[in-house]
Design a protein around this ligand. Sequence first.
Ligand code: ZN
Length: 197
Amino acid sequence: MFEAPVQRVIDDLARLPGIGRKTAQRLAFHLLHIDEADAMRLGHAIIDLRKQVRLCVRCFNVTAEDLCVICREPRRDPTLVCVVERAQDIAVIERTQEFSGRYHVLGGAISPIEGIGPDQLRMRDLVARIETEGITEIIAATNPTVEGDTTALYLARLLKPLGVTVSRLASGLPVGGDLDYADEITLGRALVGRREL
Ligand SMILES: [Zn+2]
């Protein structure tokens, strides 16, 4: 319907989550009308994001260096590790200001329907960390969903024989949702009131 350079941007924007064709069209025409410098900055920011950002060699958080900003922080308690499904969940936990340990990003949750088993997640990397970093407690902060609960129980079975305590966020979180549906106060309470699995 539009000239190729316009249509291409619309098509690419429409592939992003939560953006339908109408919004994609509106955004494309918005980009045509803003200052050229602003549009260029957005383009370069996306390029830099993909070129410079990689995964932390320790916890698999996103980072621009070998170790992420949390792993680089010397005051963090290395014996306490919060296990999350996705890197963006780290920001959700950090906002509660109730957690001072490190993280481990699994890369998803166990889901037989989607064919995701423990081998598709970063379980082995976590076991290796427990053996080398002196970790004594793991908090399973997977989502309050069937998959998240299954993953937490699997973590408990896998890690308790290694001598670590495995705990789960306390109830009060919205069931079936993602962690980021919870407000900071609820999530902070769930962290403090975590129970051993
Ligand atoms: Zn890290």
